[in-house]
Design a protein. Structure first.
Lengths: 100, 84
């Protein structure tokens, strides 16, 4: 019973993080600002989901596979955000570097 | 079947609607950002559904999608930079 309550709380937090990020992506004025709201959904919420599965299942195969997915997401997220910002700058200014 | 996980999965699917609106109405860069958001959330939805329905074999999907998220995201980013 206690495990289920803790898992449900963690899941509720994950859903709140994703909902707030979704609102940020919807309401921010430009692509640079919208990009900030991907990180919570791509890094923070998966950690909460993995913790919820860990609390529910204990240390088993399912938790391990979720953690593998989590590691991939946490590794890919910053690279992808950086590449996206770079692409937007190249698209807008022709080069990603600051010009004097 | 664990209902909390299924409810969380459904709630996260509902949260995809704003990103879908951004993809449909925004410029090319905002569309790529909406795509990245949706793939990140769908990884969690797959994990939640696998846990919620008690199907350990379905835990392969979030792992696979997490790997593909990186490659596909870079493909779209490169396309955005060069061709779109």
């Amino acid at each position: 019973m206690t495990r289920e309550v803790i898992a449900d709380v963690l899941l509720a937090l994950a859903v709140l993080v994703v909902a707030a990020s979704a609102l940020g992506v919807l309401t921010m004025p430009d692509a640079y600002a919208k990009l900030h709201f991907i990180t919570p959904a791509a890094v923070v919420a998966p950690v909460l989901v993995a913790l919820a599965i860990f609390v529910q299942e204990g240390l088993d195969e399912n938790t391990g596979e979720t953690c593998v997915a989590l590691v991939f997401m946490m590794a890919a997220g910053p690279f992808l955000s950086h590449a996206t910002i770079r692409a937007i700058r190249v698209r807008e200014h022709g080069d990603w570097r600051l010009k004097p | 079947m664990t209902s909390g996980f299924i409810v969380a999965a459904i709630a996260m699917l509902v949260c995809l609607v704003p990103a879908g609106v951004v993809m449909a109405r925004g410029e090319a860069a905002e569309t790529v950002i909406g795509y990245e958001f949706i793939t990140s959330v769908v990884v969690m939805v797959f994990a939640l559904l696998a846990e919620g329905f008690g199907r350990p074999s379905l835990f392969e999907f979030p792992v696979l999608l997490a790997v593909l998220l990186y490659g596909s995201g870079l493909v779209f980013v490169r396309a955005l930079e060069r061709w779109l």
